[in-house]
Design a protein around this ligand. Structure first.
Ligand code: C2E
Ligand code: MG
Ligand code: MG
Length: 465
């Protein structure tokens, strides 16, 4: 496999696939619909012609959505139209009689595999449920003569041609989907091997983004992993964490991250300027669901001799859709060791006040998406206020992430949020740059001063220093 293929991350490859499949399917719907619509119109079979017109319209919208990056709209429309059209044609018009077998249901097989490919990034209920529904419907039509013959049946002369046409195009569709699946597996396998090598060669590095309190003191940092790829450069976590989660490598990645963060804490503990700093580590749902998670964290702490009270673990709401009691027990065990637990991206998942009160938490993190428009969108401001008062009522700390401007910070302070993280202070920095940042920060007297330093810092001049 050429490196140019590897150069795309899996997400980009998938997005590209979905776009290609939507384009192919859009043209197919138009290509099938137009000749049949014309054919049936000439014969005055208006109901049949109008079904084909619907296919042409759906095909056009699917093409439009693929071109304009409305991929979700595209696949929802495509899968529902294709499923409904195929099933109703199979049930009402393509009912097998003694002479002609049913054929249109064969498209359901291609649809099952295509939807499995297209919905990979969706929830499990969708990427497994839709293909299973298609295959179950296929099975019913293939193994029975179930159907209701409408008065305007397909003319006898067309049925034989129809069967040939359907069988052939369904086979071509299936073949195309298989080729795409194979290409997908190749990209994925190559990326997995690449990540394996990356882990072995210690290419994963942590960057640190400062967390600052209302008086302008640096409380600590969030550790954000990057893959320092020899050819691709610094790869952001969103481009490989989902892959690591899918291929079972997230536990190894998580272990490396935790170990690096603990070693960093030990380093900082030797320097009076940094000894007070905490490190927040992100943990995936798959990691915490592993039976050995608590033992692993404990053994890393024991091995590195890091102070557990300086370590924070960030969980996300989505993981609470899993075995809640198990996760609560693990969180309690971690807290018993002195580790703090923060709820990341709060408000973006399926927040339920019912589980929040049951969780042994220390901190809520107001998600960046609310902070972004907190000054302009009254709903986001209301959500931020609610999260702050919820945390106050539950006795939890609260921190806002993605704070980019002083005005946002001031607003957050006015509603009672006393800790902030975001580009206002700094982008995530390599360890050495972060240490420099802390040192420079200590020299400035003013709270909420931005110091630009390090590899990743964007433009902008230090203010007020
Ligand atoms: P997160 O935990 O919500 O991290 C915050 C993300 O927002 C980081 O992106 C950070 O760089 C970015 N950010 C912070 N402040 C600002 C700001 O003011 N403006 C803007 N535009 N962005 C800001 P990053 O580093 O790309 O991380 C993305 C996500 O990847 C993280 O979201 C986290 O869910 C995940 N991640 C990062 N490191 C790890 C890790 O070690 N393990 C796991 N499982 N996930 C990780
Ligand atoms: Mg986080
Ligand atoms: Mg977050």
């Amino acid at each position: 496999m050429s490196f140019s293929m590897l150069h795309h991350d899996l997400l980009a490859v998938r997005t590209h696939r979905v776009r290609l499949m939507l384009q192919g399917a859009g043209w197919l719907l138009i290509g099938v619909g137009v000749p049949w619509a014309l054919n049936f119109s000439i014969q005055g079979l208006w109901v049949l012609a109008s079904i084909d017109v619907v296919l042409v319209v759906a095909g056009t919208i699917v093409l439009w959505s693929a071109r304009n990056d409305h991929l979700r709209l595209g696949w929802i429309l495509l899968i529902s139209c294709a499923y409904l059209a195929t099933s109703s044609l199979a049930f009402f018009l393509d009912v097998p009689d003694g002479k002609h077998p049913r054929s249109v249901h064969l498209f359901l097989l291609s649809l099952a595999f295509a939807s499995y490919l297209m919905l990979q990034l969706e929830r499990r209920i969708l990427y497994l449920g839709v293909p299973i529904l298609c295959m179950a419907t296929f099975l019913v039509f293939a193994s029975s003569s179930i159907g209701y013959q409408l008065p305007f049946a397909i003319p006898e002369a067309h049925r034989a041609a129809n069967a040939w046409f359907n069988n052939l195009s369904a086979m071509v569709c299936l073949f195309i989907v298989m080729v795409l699946m194979h290409a997908d597996i190749r990209v994925r396998t190559a990326l997995e091997a690449d990540l394996h090598a990356g882990l072995e060669q210690r290419q994963l590095v942590l960057h640190y983004q400062p967390q600052v309190d209302v008086d302008g003191r640096i409380l600590g940092a969030e550790a954000l992993v990057r893959w320092n790829h020899p050819l691709r450069g610094l790869v952001p976590p969103n481009e490989f964490i989902p892959l690591a989660e899918q291929c079972g490598m997230i536990t190894a990645v998580g272990r490396v991250v935790l170990e690096a963060a603990c070693l960093q804490l030990v380093e900082w503990s030797k320097n009076p300027d940094r000894a007070h700093l905490t490190i927040a580590v992100n943990v995936s749902a798959i990691q915490i669901l592993e039976g050995t998670f608590v033992k692993e964290v404990t053994s890393v702490l024991d091995r590195t001799k890091a102070d557990p009270t300086r370590l924070k673990i960030e969980l996300t709401e989505t993981m609470f859709a899993n075995d809640l009691d198990d996760i609560i027990a693990k969180m309690a065990a971690l807290r018993a060791r002195g580790i703090a637990i923060s709820l990341d991206d709060f408000g973006t998942g399926y927040s339920s006040l019912n589980y929040i009160k049951r969780l042994p938490l220390d901190q809520l993190k107001i998600d960046k998406s609310f902070v972004d428009d907190v000054l302009t969108d009254p709903s986001d401001a209301a959500i931020a206020r609610t999260v702050v008062s919820l945390s106050q009522n539950l006795g939890l700390h609260v921190i806002a992430e993605g704070v980019e401007t002083e005005a946002q910070r001031a607003f957050l302070e006015s509603i009672g949020c006393k800790a902030y993280q975001g580009y206002l202070y700094s982008k995530p920095l390599a360890a050495a740059d972060f240490e420099q940042f802390v040192q420079n920060w200590a020299r400035t007297r003013h709270p909420h001063v931005r110091i630009v330093s390090g590899l990743e810092s964007g433009g902008g001049k230090p203010r007020g220093a």
